[in-house]
Design a protein around this ligand. Structure first.
Ligand SMILES: [Zn+2]
Length: 385
């Protein structure tokens, strides 16, 4: 089959059935224990590859990552995720990651990268699981080993404080890190492969686009294509939209959306699905746990690409295939989907937002982004078949 294959509605001309190559997700959080068992089948559904970045109980050693991987694969096997080609893993960047660890990473196939989180003092808020790491300025030996081996650095690139120790507002953190650290890092380690995770600012986009070597890429989440900080005041389910980083302004959203939908090989789908029990979300907004639960990420991306390219759905879905199905495997040196390895997305308005996922052992639920029992439920208009 030649993909993307699009069936249009006779009356409206809108796409009602879209078949594309099997997408991948290069940024996912699976948690642990009961929560992991509850969300994993839904977070693997439809995908070819998924990159897992454990950050609740940071994983700092390869053996630990292999144990976590085995747990995920056991769930995947039980749930019959037979279309899944692979789960990749990252180690959390701490002082434990020596050049010897980087060399070990380069020699095996499960752990593929090191993920850097914002560093800060205990008690300061960065994001879920942040504050355990080592500043990149102190990681010279590790970074040189990464240049030599090609093991990528993945980054949640935000500064919690400025250089004078003043707390930065969330809205300035990514831009500050780009201006004060990232350009310097690129200059100092020109061969370092960098993935700018959940890029959410025009400054971040400009940093990624400045490198044409293929060594700098970014992941972009669906919530960052759909929402800005202004939307926090707009929805009853705002706490489920609270994630770090978030898109600050319409101009930032425009820059991120332009890059994602351009088909540029440096933009990769990575949804940052980050499930939390509803008890951790059901708090005053500023205290609600950071992260959006995205079992419906494929539909969220597709709907945005279709909306953006409304005059030419074929072009829009071509760009989607690059972004979600091809760019990631190419950056990671993995086989791209075969022509007949596809998924189908349908026009759907009643089941487009999945119901909350029960976590029976915790007597709680995880609520997907945009779901509410109220009247302002998000409308995506598409769902994975
Ligand atoms: Zn994340």
């Amino acid at each position: 089959m030649k993909t993307p294959e699009i069936v249009l509605d006779d009356a409206t001309g809108a796409p009602v059935k879209i078949t594309v190559l099997r997408p991948s997700n290069f940024h996912a959080h699976f948690r642990r224990d009961a929560l992991m068992r509850a969300v994993t089948p839904l977070q693997l559904r439809g995908y070819k590859y998924v990159l897992a970045m454990p950050n609740t109980g940071p994983i700092r050693a390869i053996a630990e990552a292999h144990t976590y991987y085995d747990e995920l694969m056991r769930i995947a096997d039980e749930e019959g995720s037979d279309k899944l080609s692979g789960i990749l893993m990252t180690l959390y960047h701490t002082a434990d990651i020596t050049p010897a660890v980087i060399e070990q990473i380069a020699k095996q196939k499960i752990v593929r990268a090191v993920k850097h989180y914002p560093t800060h003092r205990p008690g300061q808020e960065g994001t879920t699981g942040s504050g355990f790491g080592r500043p990149l300025e102190e990681a010279g030996e590790m970074l040189r080993a990464m240049e030599e081996t090609g093991v990528p650095l993945l980054g949640h690139f935000e500064s919690v404080e400025d250089n004078d120790g003043r707390m930065l507002p969330h809205s300035e953190r990514e831009g500050y890190f780009v201006d004060n650290y990232l350009w310097g890092l690129r200059d100092k380690y020109p061969k370092l492969r960098i993935c700018f995770e959940h890029c959410s600012t025009r400054k971040g986009v400009e940093f990624v686009k400045a490198d044409s070597s293929g060594r700098t890429v970014c992941t972009i989440t669906p919530q960052h294509l759909w929402f800005t900080a202004d939307d926090f005041g707009r929805y009853s389910w705002r706490n489920h939209l609270r994630c770090m980083p978030y898109v600050k302004t319409e101009d930032d959203r425009e820059a991120v959306t332009d890059l994602a939908t351009s088909g540029d090989m440096r933009a990769i789908a990575g949804d940052d699905t980050a499930p939390h029990l509803s008890a951790a979300k059901d708090k005053p907004f500023e205290q609600a746990a950071c992260g959006c639960y995205l079992p419906h990420a494929i539909a969220l991306y597709v709907a945005k690409f279709i909306k953006r390219g409304a005059t030419n759905p074929q072009d829009a879905m071509n760009s989607y295939e690059h972004f979600a199905c091809l760019n990631g495997p190419r950056f990671w040196g993995l086989p791209v989907p075969a022509d007949d390895d596809t998924v189908t997305i349908r026009y759907e308005t009643r089941r487009d937002i999945p119901e909350p996922t029960p976590v029976p052992e915790d007597n709680d639920f995880v609520i997907p982004l945009g779901w509410t029992a109220g009247s302002d439920k998000l409308k995506i208009g598409y769902a994975l078949d």
